[in-house]
Design a protein. Structure first.
Length: 117
């Protein structure tokens, strides 16, 4: 069984504070992505709908040309379920992926909790 590395919203925020180059693949529908996505100076965002990633599973030698293989890619969706499936598919294709725990929902909740402190 393939184990996908996870990153918590707090760990992601710490990485962004360090200004480390970060790649985020958001697999939600374009309109949801346009409504809200994780942004910071050193983030390179990719919005590739999950259906596109799911199709890769069928095509054994297909890859996503826009995604770098030499960098870790943090995969996210609304709650983390679709992202987990996408991360698994990409991992099998030798992409270096990590799953944002709880997805965009957890990220927003984390930001809200930080504002209260």
């Amino acid at each position: 069984m393939l184990t996908i590395k996870t990153i918590s919203p707090k760990e992601l925020e710490e990485r962004l504070k360090e200004n480390a180059q970060t790649y985020i693949l958001d697999v939600r529908a374009e309109e949801k992505y346009n409504d809200f996505h994780i942004e910071a100076a050193k983030i390179k965002n990719f919005n590739i709908p999950k259906t596109t990633i799911f199709e890769l599973e069928e095509k054994s030698n297909e890859e996503v040309a826009s995604l770098p293989k030499n960098h870790e890619i943090i995969v996210t969706c609304t709650t983390g379920n679709s992202a987990k499936k996408c991360a698994t598919i990409l991992s099998r294709k030798n992409y270096n992926v990590a799953l944002l725990e709880g997805g965009i929902t957890a990220w927003k909740e984390y930001l809200q909790s930080q504002k209260r402190n």
